[in-house]
Design a protein around this ligand. Structure first.
Ligand code: ZN
Length: 48
């Protein structure tokens, strides 16, 4: 059974929020997102 939550403005809300169950790292420079800290740190090197 698929439960979809629709708010009053018609937008379908995704549940659960993936950010609440898994930790994600987002690049403050370009918005690159990964769930691996090692990948995140390695990525940030391209901005320095
Ligand atoms: Zn970046």
């Amino acid at each position: 059974m698929v439960i979809s939550i629709v708010s009053i403005n018609g937008k379908v809300l995704k549940s659960p929020d993936p950010a609440s169950t898994d930790q994600f790292f987002s690049c403050t420079h370009c918005g690159f997102i990964t769930s691996y800290e090692a990948v995140h740190k390695n990525h940030e090197k391209i901005h320095t």
